[in-house]
Design a protein around this ligand. Sequence first.
Ligand SMILES: Cc1cc2nc3c(=O)[nH]c(=O)nc-3n(C[C@H](O)[C@H](O)[C@H](O)COP(=O)(O)OP(=O)(O)OC[C@H]3O[C@@H](n4cnc5c(N)ncnc54)[C@H](O)[C@@H]3O)c2cc1C
Length: 278
Amino acid sequence: MKIAVCMKYVPIIARIQFDYEAKTIIREGVPSEVNPFDLLGLVRAVELKDSPDDEVVVISMGPPGANEGLTNCVALGADRSVLITDRALAGSDTLATSRALSLALQREKPDLIICGRNSADGDTGQVGPEIAELMGLPHISSARKLDLSDDGKSVVAERITDEGIQTLQCDLPVLVCVTEGVAPELYPNREQMERAEGISAEEVTAADLSADLSQFGLEGSPTWVDEIRLVEPNRLGVFLEDATPEDAAKQAADVLRRRLAELTAADSDPDSWSCPPL
Ligand SMILES: Cc1cc2nc3c(=O)[nH]c(=O)nc-3n(C[C@H](O)[C@H](O)[C@H](O)COP(=O)(O)OP(=O)(O)OC[C@H]3O[C@@H](n4cnc5c(N)ncnc54)[C@H](O)[C@@H]3O)c2cc1C
């Protein structure tokens, strides 16, 4: 059984900054971490290993700095790591990213591919489903629980839907996008990190994946960033502390009633265009 985990090395959210001219996230000099959902996916992949023949390989596409994230994954139990890194990949949108990842995954021939539900920075949630589509694989999204069937030939996953929880069984090979609950959030200790630091990632270039480089990078990206802007939250952020649930519900209802009255008054006043924030 071979499990591949896709890992994006993302800037720590609280430290993210934007280049408004270039319309990109500034990554240089910003501390990064293994994307939180990918960390859970990796921990679950390692838990699913059942025999010495089983293998977990973690794959990332990114600049050389992503090696640090891969080392973290090896420290947590991945057997191997692969870094797809090449200037030809710069400017890739989700489709071009998924193309590169799917070509690298095809070389690995995993039985199970695990992705995170979404990344903490780009946050589109598109890459997992796109890889599945490009590889012609079935795909299970938002899995909060992931097991192998007793015969090891399929996965059993619980996925979160708008209506509740759905349990699905699907034959391998399959791609599963995981979310909270699938595994505990673990971090490597110093010993594990020291052991992993001796195991370098295999580097793969765009040319290793395909002779047609036009499918990667800006040229291979059908979408573009038109504008980026900051949306300032305008909530008051009222905390209802030391209240019983009943009191808290009553206070929240009072605030909402007052807010509705203010909005209604503002609506009926033709001169008033501004509403106090909630
Ligand atoms: C026009 C355009 C240009 C862009 N140019 C750049 C650029 O120059 N530099 C840049 O850094 N970004 C760039 N981006 C952003 C880049 O396309 C996304 O970061 C990338 O496609 C992943 O999308 P996402 O973050 O929404 O991941 P999601 O779809 O939210 O991620 C879901 C899951 O997919 C997997 N995954 C996603 N990305 C990777 C990865 N790189 N490696 C391994 N697994 C992964 C992970 O398991 C993750 O949990 C650009 C985007 C656009 C639209």
